[in-house]
Design a protein around this ligand. Structure first.
Ligand SMILES: *Cc1c(COP(=O)(O)O)cnc(C)c1O
Length: 395
């Protein structure tokens, strides 16, 4: 029998559609901001990672324009082969100061940081210990290592200590503990202070992936600043594509760490550097967070107002303590129906999150707050969410 090289594609795609597990990609017709036009419809967006609204900030856009005029569009090569821009050096020094650490490195994306860095930090004879609910890019990075893998129940310090003890008793050469800073599906935070204490006892390395915590916690500086743990967390991975509103990944920590990553991370070594306009915009975004504290402040005012109202309406918002607020509904069907009704009838764009991103019985709509939302926007959204929630008997 002759092989049909592509037949499986049709079959796999059909399976996804048949089981309602396919993603529908909607199209934005204006920039990412709370009042947007999506698939031809005016909607209020409650589902972006652009927490501070910086994706449309005029100073950041201007910085990109200026760099575009001076440097052109593309970077031309990976940094190690043909150099990088003076802009990148400026950004890295600025970002390290902002984070309160020795050095930082601009990497392609937050995803690429986890792919490139984790497999270099540990290998055969080592232990890597990961929170059960860590982001998929961490899970993939861990899969690339030859280290022994340990997992602890979500945010459970007692379990973490057990795994640390086990790694210690097996004479692991190095131990790496890795956690999300803010967990993107539940909006809860890692107890990073307690994790750092536990790691201290065993000489373990602490790696926090703070892609969602940056821009929201610690005056925008992230979870390490929130807990005052500068110098006690060895690797901070981050993203410039979320709270900072632009694009890219970061590593922050010691000079040795950044030198090591420059020379070892395969995603850093083998993937092209950012366009200069993006580097300049990233630098401007950090300046905006430093000089305009109102964005972080507004984000939290909106978060506290919206969450209290949702809780009072009787929605289950789980353990959320950040601008990520899940409305936990239960079965995937009602979660999808609620999101769909909100979009079609009320002009509210919130994303349903279902298996495999969360357990089937914890299907939800994930709401994300934004500094640019007005009190009027929030009240309009609350009225709509209450109406649809009651109609579908969720509250
Ligand atoms: C979003 C996210 C990433 C990926 O970051 P990008 O810069 O979008 O590639 C990695 N880790 C966590 C925890 C994230 O939330």
């Amino acid at each position: 029998m002759k092989r049909e090289p592509e037949a499986f594609l049709k079959e796999e795609v059909k399976n996804l559609y048949d089981n309602h597990l396919n993603w529908v990609i909607r199209h934005l017709e204006v920039g990412s901001k709370p009042h947007s036009i999506v698939d031809g419809k005016e909607v209020l967006m409650l589902n972006t990672n652009n927490y501070l609204g910086l994706a449309s900030h005029p100073k950041i856009i201007q910085a990109a324009r200026d760099a575009l005029d001076k440097y052109g569009i593309g970077a031309g090569a990976v940094p190690t082969i043909a150099g990088t821009f003076d802009l990148t050096k400026q950004f890295q020094e600025h970002f390290a100061k902002f984070k309160g650490v020795e050095a930082s490195l601009l990497c392609q994306t937050g995803f690429a940081v986890n792919q490139g860095v984790i497999p270099q930090l540990v290998g055969k004879g080592d232990y890597v210990i990961s929170d059960q609910l860590n982001h998929g890019s961490i899970i993939d990075g861990v899969r690339l290592t030859k280290a022994t893998k340990g997992v602890y129940a979500h945010n459970d310090i007692g379990e973490l200590e057990k795994v640390l003890k086990k790694a210690d008793s097996e004479n692991a050469r190095r131990i790496l503990v890795i956690t999300d800073g803010v967990f993107s599906m539940d909006g809860d935070m890692a107890p990073l202070d307690k994790i750092a204490d536990a790691c201290d006892d065993y000489g373990a390395m602490v790696f926090v992936d703070d892609c969602h915590g940056e821009g929201m916690l610690g005056n925008g500086r992230g979870i390490v600043a929130h807990f005052n743990l500068q110098g006690r967390v060895h690797v901070e991975g981050g993203s410039l594509s979320k709270g900072f509103g632009v694009f890219g990944g970061t590593v922050a920590g010691s000079k040795d760490l950044c030198e090591f990553v420059t020379n070892k991370s395969r995603s850093y070594l083998l993937s092209t550097a950012h366009p200069p306009a993006i580097v300049a915009a990233n630098n401007a975004a950090i300046s905006v967070v430093e000089t305009e504290p109102e964005h972080v402040k507004n984000l939290w005012i909106n978060t506290n107002y919206f969450k209290e109202k949702l809780d009072n309406l009787g929605f289950n918002t789980g353990n959320s303590c950040t601008p990520i607020i899940p409305l936990i509904i239960g079965d995937p069907g009602p979660a999808q129906e609620m999101a769909d009704t909100l979009f079609r009838e009320e002009g509210i764009y919130g994303t349903p999150i279902v298996f495999p991103m969360v357990a089937k019985e914890l299907s939800r709509i994930r709401v994300q707050m934004n500094a640019l939302l007005t009190r009027e926007d929030l009240d309009m959204a609350l009225t709509a969410i209450e109406k649809v929630g009651k109609k579908l008997k969720i509250i």
